[in-house]
Design a protein around this ligand. Structure first.
Ligand SMILES: Cc1cc2nc3c(=O)[nH]c(=O)nc-3n(C[C@H](O)[C@H](O)[C@H](O)COP(=O)(O)OP(=O)(O)OC[C@H]3O[C@@H](n4cnc5c(N)ncnc54)[C@H](O)[C@@H]3O)c2cc1C
Length: 399
């Protein structure tokens, strides 16, 4: 489409938006999860003319269903990816200093332990490796473990570690806060606004949305599991293999443990509101019940199935922390992880003109604030951040 024709077709709303941008490049971010919100906050803080469009409401996607552990745990390999996650933790800690108590984050540290021999051996090996990489993690002897978490039942002979730098966050609360702050810096946050079509032009992108047409000179795709479909409209291939996860939230509980707990059967954390969040270990076990969940379903097919999963996960957690077996379950969320095919983040420009910027990843809670700052440097300052080199979108090729 020629530029004149393009502008004619977007008269009204989009031209109005360009005028309001006051000569600055109009940047539109699609997706109001923690990644989009982090980028929006930093861009707005730097004076960018930024609009964020969200299909439902802030944190409606993976961010809402996340276990939200902020970590560079030993699954974060190889070293470049470990480093990125460590920088992610540090960026989150800096954000906490910047925003203060309003950011619902808890720096609890993590106690992680395994009794199956292969995982116990991998934990011991990786604690040594991560210490060589300078990570504040150490092995714990049984006595120390029991003093730290006296009410937890650790299996005899398990191997355990303590990572003092880690924590967890109410990811939806953090997202809403970032968007509120972005708005104070002049960002427009528009929802519900479903972006249905993206059309490229030499000077930018025309978006056809449920709220009308809009024109962006730069476009940031931070749409989680929807990113492949949206990128495809712009001719970019970003293969994702969304992976399901189930997270249970209990009613507020007394403080029976103080660290974030990670073991074979369950992950547990206690939020600032006293609610205990319990995550399955990474993938669902291969049982008949889980096979029902195969295919990309957005929610449980029935409340009965949600209840079965909620009770299963609570029972798994209760084997380590008996009191949790009596906790009332408030929510059971089935949610899809935005997982790039090779497991690593996809961050950066996806086109030669540097107009289309992508940010999709698992561990987007750990990485969100860091990616917000680094993407802003790349978009506003025009630099190429070396730390992001392994994660460029074009590694998957272009249509
Ligand atoms: C069960 C589970 C456990 C997890 N545990 C952890 C963990 O412990 N630690 C960690 O760091 N990470 C964890 N993650 C991953 C982390 O939650 C995600 O990486 C992160 O939330 C992704 O954020 P996002 O902003 O990229 O995507 P999302 O939160 O999915 O946000 C994308 C947004 O885009 C919107 N959108 C999509 N299409 C459109 C459109 N066409 N128009 C407008 N808006 C659109 C959606 O409505 C959505 O709100 C977990 C994820 C899950 C599911």
């Amino acid at each position: 489409m020629e530029r004149r024709q393009f502008l004619n077709s977007v008269a009204g709303l989009s031209l109005g938006k360009m005028i309001r941008a006051g000569g600055r490049e109009r940047i539109i971010i699609i997706g109001g999860g923690i990644v989009g919100a982090s980028i929006c906050y930093r861009l707005a803080q730097r004076g960018g003319a930024v609009t964020l469009l969200e299909r439902q409401e802030p944190a409606a996607g993976a961010t809402r269903g996340s276990f939200a552990w902020i970590n560079a745990s030993f699954t974060k390999q190889p070293r470049h990816y470990f480093n990125l996650n460590l920088q992610g933790i540090l960026a989150f800690r800096a954000l906490h200093q910047e925003l203060g108590r309003a950011l619902p984050v808890v720096w609890s540290g993590t106690v992680e332990w395994y009794s199956t021999s292969d995982r116990a051996a991998e934990l011991r090996r990786m604690v040594g490796v991560q210490q060589e990489w300078g990570y504040p993690i150490r092995l714990l002897e049984r006595g120390a473990l029991e003093r730290l978490e006296p009410r937890v039942r650790f299996q005899p002979g398990c191997s355990a570690s303590l990572a003092t730098i880690e924590g967890h966050v109410d990811a939806a609360g953090a997202t809403r806060l970032l968007l509120e702050k972005a708005r104070m810096f002049g960002a427009e946050i528009v929802y519900p606004c479903d972006v249905r079509k993206i059309e490229a032009d030499r000077s930018g992108y025309l978006l056809r949305t449920s709220r009308g047409e809009m024109l962006a000179e730069k476009l940031v795709l931070a749409c989680g599991t929807e990113t492949s479909r949206m990128a495809e409209m712009a001719g970019i291939d970003i293969p994702l293999i969304p992976a399901p996860g189930i997270v249970v939230k209990t009613a507020p509980q007394p403080r029976t443990f103080s660290h974030l707990l990670v073991t074979e059967e369950a992950h547990l954390r206690r939020g600032l509101d006293g609610r205990v969040v319990i995550g399955d270990d990474f993938g669902p076990p291969a049982t008949a019940v889980h096979r029902l969940l195969e295919g990309e379903q957005r929610t449980f097919p029935s409340r009965a199935l949600a209840r079965i999963h909620g009770e299963r996960i609570r029972a798994q957690a209760a084997r380590s922390l008996p009191e949790i077996g009596r906790a009332r379950i408030e929510e059971v969320n089935l949610c899809w992880r935005p997982m790039p095919k090779d497991g690593f983040p996809v961050v950066g420009y996806a086109d030669g003109q540097r107009r289309l910027y992508l940010a999709v990843m698992h561990s987007g809670v750990t990485l969100g604030p860091l990616i917000g700052s680094l993407a802003t440097m790349e978009i506003v300052d025009g630099v190429t951040v070396d730390l992001l080199a392994p994660y460029r979108p074009l590694r998957f090729g272009v249509h």
